[in-house]
Design a binder for this molecule. Structure first.
Ligand SMILES: Nc1nc2c(ncn2[C@@H]2O[C@H](COP(=O)(O)OP(=O)(O)OP(=O)(O)O)[C@@H](O)[C@H]2O)c(=O)[nH]1
Ligand SMILES: [Mg+2]
Length: 317
């Protein structure tokens, strides 16, 4: 059987079973709205038409018979809410979430993305890209101080090809991951650096800070040569939490992991006004910075409002 190495880094057979009259198992590797690309276990790869509202997403395991595509149950799914309240499925069957930031990029979504990943049972990690640019050292020091105790932090330069080895080793453990972050932080550049044969389109540096160009428009899944897979996504700014319980936030908020249930007087403590709350005590002692606690309270307000709205909807229905 003839095999070719295609743009997604996965091997493709150009002949073999046709899947027209028998069900073939495969994996969705790209989503183009009305059709998806499926990489079959036979090694073959082809486009299959789907309804725009079918809810399929990159990373879905499927069975295809002719033009009929059936989605298999998901192991994990990562969802986010956009600035207007719309809910989006980022990808399915992921193990890790890479949150990519760079100098001048928004960092406000990091906490939400970490919580969303943990709620979805994915391991989050931070990638600070463009470390070749002056000024990134201060950003990196800040992020290491805030998040270094909670998640792995990789500092690198995708285009400068520096600092890539630790991230490669991490991904080569066989993880399926996704890179998220605002447009222009270098997600596609990073994939190109990790797997040069992919050759994804990257944005031109022509605006004042090299961000905000929306070069990638389609999510695609790529195999890494040393093992593991990565999904490249179009850039987005908002990572609003979806159906997160207030108790989950208290457990997963970066920096609060060691406290909560173990040390607070009440189980399910929300760390707001409860007596005997270990987190409030640490804030008063200055061991948890007041600005981090303020971010937690902001997220808690959002999550509680969301929970109340869901409860009201439940009563109405
Ligand atoms: N200086 C520097 N520039 C970089 C680095 N990585 C990426 N860039 C540049 O940043 C710009 C945006 O890169 P992309 O890879 O297209 O960014 P993206 O996050 O995929 O953007 P979207 O697809 O729009 O979401 C390009 O001009 C890259 O050359 C880096 O490590 N250092
Ligand atoms: Mg891109």
């Amino acid at each position: 059987m003839k095999r070719e190495h295609n743009r997604t880094g996965l091997t493709t057979a150009t002949s073999g079973p046709s899947c027209t009259d028998q069900a073939c198992s495969g994996l969705i590797t790209a989503h183009h709205g009305v059709e998806v690309e499926v990489a079959f276990t036979t090694g073959k790869r082809r486009m299959v038409r789907v309804k725009r509202s079918s809810g399929h997403v990159v990373g879905d395991n499927v069975e295809v018979t002719g033009e009929v595509l059936q989605r298999l149950p998901r192991r994990t799914e990562l969802r986010r809410r956009d600035g207007r309240g719309g809910i989006h499925l980022v990808a399915a069957n992921l193990d890790v979430l890479g949150i990519v930031v760079a100098l001048h990029s928004p960092t406000g979504f990091i906490d939400r993305a970490i919580v969303a990943a943990r709620v979805a049972k994915l391991q989050p990690f931070l990638v600070v890209n463009k470390c070749d640019l002056d000024g990134t050292a201060a950003l990196l020091a800040d992020l290491r101080r805030i998040y270094g105790g909670s998640v792995p932090v990789f500092a690198l330069s995708a285009t400068g090809q520096t600092g890539l080895v630790p991230l490669k080793e991490f991904l080569n453990q066989g993880h399926r991951g996704v890179f998220v972050g605002s447009s222009g932080v270098g997600k596609s550049s990073l994939l190109n650096a990790l797997c040069p044969e992919i050759d994804l389109k990257v944005g031109k540096v022509s605006d004042h800070n090299g961000l905000g160009r929306h070069t990638t428009t389609v999510s695609t899944l790529h195999g890494l040569s040393g093992g593991g897979e990565l999904v490249d996504t179009p850039g987005f700014r908002d990572f609003g939490l979806v159906e997160t319980l207030a108790e989950e936030l208290a457990i997963h908020f970066p920096g609060f992991e060691e406290h909560g249930e173990v040390s607070c007087r009440f189980r399910n403590c929300r760390h707001r006004t409860e007596p005997g709350c270990a987190v409030i005590e640490l804030v008063e002692q200055g061991q948890i910075p007041a600005d981090r606690y303020a971010v937690y309270l902001e997220l808690l307000g959002e999550v509680e409002a969301d929970q109340n709205e869901a409860r009201c909807k439940g009563w109405r229905n």
